[in-house]
Design a protein around this ligand. Structure first.
Ligand code: 3HC
Length: 340
């Protein structure tokens, strides 16, 4: 038996591959934590599949954050005022921080961020489809805050109750900052909605371009069949996902349509109508061919995003090498001092 204590406090991470005697007792311990809605911590025994799906999801979440810096970074030099520039810079810096937070959360599962970044760079891991669309006007900055960060909040608040402790805790701070992101975006749009006819047209154009890709952020439709429902059924059983993709998408539409009405814009969906009986907004069919096409690399900006990402990574190699060299030097000096 692998020690007596296989829960928090054991000295090494336990999982099925590394512990040949991953016993029913360990599985029972894990299942008990999930059933009690407790948190699984890095040192707890966990099934390989649980570890693998968390590494996949947290890594892709982190990748989305750092790639997500690009569309908005495009407007930092073109913000209409110093105040707007300062706010946009703060937001883009926040996204970088979210990425670092999430790579740190992924590393608690026994992977290294360099490995995850390699997978991003060679297409073996994804980032959110939404970031493959271009930012064409200042109204896009507001619409990204309002719709993209709004969708991110809708999806990330339940993750604050994710069964994996480090991920859930990372989400608490991320969600607080996303709220600032969403509000600053909506404020930009509120200003444009009270502006000139040209500014109102710019706002409407941005909403037309970002509405449907924002709905796609919640992932493919629920098929209702665990066998074809992607990761949803298993991830809900493991307490990673708290709501299905369609449930969160519907909550987002219900929250956002009244905000669009306040802005005086028309969302680009002729099927959008309030269903009194359901108590929800009905909306039209999402173009899932576009969704899978963009995910597979054929979106408007996929190549540009990846070229800038890989280029930045390569340009920054000297910083990583210097940091590692310095850390090695300090460690060598400390161990020499320990020996003397
Ligand atoms: N873009 C790209 N890929 C997507 C996607 C999207 N919008 N939605 C789903 N997919 C992929 C999934 O990754 C999965 O592919 P994989 O097996 O290769 O990973 C496949 O489509 C099937 O989808 P599922 O719904 O079965 O997958 P999940 O259960 O992982 O659900 C998810 C997808 C809802 C995005 C979930 O992974 C999740 O909640 N992730 C955490 C939040 C996140 O990553 N958000 C992305 C945006 S971050 C952001 O906007 C930050 C803001 O500050 C700018």
């Amino acid at each position: 038996m692998y020690g007596n204590d296989f829960g928090p406090g054991s000295d090494t991470p336990l999982n099925a591959t590394e512990t040949p005697d991953y016993t029913d007792a360990l599985q029972e311990y894990f299942d008990g934590l999930i059933a009690d809605d407790s948190r699984i911590e890095p040192r707890d025994a966990m099934p390989d599949g649980y570890r693998a799906t968390l590494i996949r999801q947290i890594a892709q979440h982190a990748h989305s954050e750092i790639i997500g810096m690009q569309p908005e970074g495009n407007f930092i030099t073109r913000a209409p005022s110093l105040r707007r520039k300062a706010i946009l810079m703060a937001k883009v810096q926040d996204e970088a921080g979210h990425g670092l937070y999430l790579y740190s959360a992924a590393e608690t599962l026994g992977v290294d961020r360099s490995e995850l970044l390699d997978k991003l760079h060679n297409g073996k891991q994804k980032y959110s489809s939404i970031f493959n669309y271009p930012t064409l006007t200042w109204a896009d900055m507001g619409t990204i805050g309002w719709l993209v960060d709004g969708a991110a909040i809708m999806n990330q608040v339940p993750l604050c109750r994710c069964s994996y402790g480090p991920y859930a805790r990372a989400m608490i701070r991320v969600c607080k900052e996303e709220s600032f992101h969403q509000r600053q975006g909506y404020e930009i749009l509120w200003t444009l909605s009270k502006g000139t006819v040209e500014q109102q047209a710019m706002l409407q154009d941005a909403a037309n371009r970002w509405w449907w890709p924002a709905l796609m952020m919640f992932g493919p439709p629920d098929s209702g069949d665990a066998a074809t429902d992607g990761h949803t059924a298993q991830n809900m059983a493991w307490g990673i996902k708290r709501f299905s993709n369609d449930d969160l998408r519907q909550k987002f539409v219900d929250m956002t349509v009244p905000q669009a009405i306040k802005l005086g814009i028309t969302l680009p969906d002729p099927d959008l109508r309030w269903d009194e009986e359901r108590g929800h907004w009905d909306f039209g069919e999402i173009d899932w061919d576009e969704f899978w096409r963009v995910i597979k690399g054929d979106g408007p900006c996929n190549a540009q995003r990846m070229a800038l990402r890989v280029g930045s990574h390569e340009d920054g190699a000297w910083v990583r090498e210097a940091a590692v060299a310095y850390a090695d030097k300090v460690a060598a000096r400390e161990s020499a001092g320990a020996v003397a």
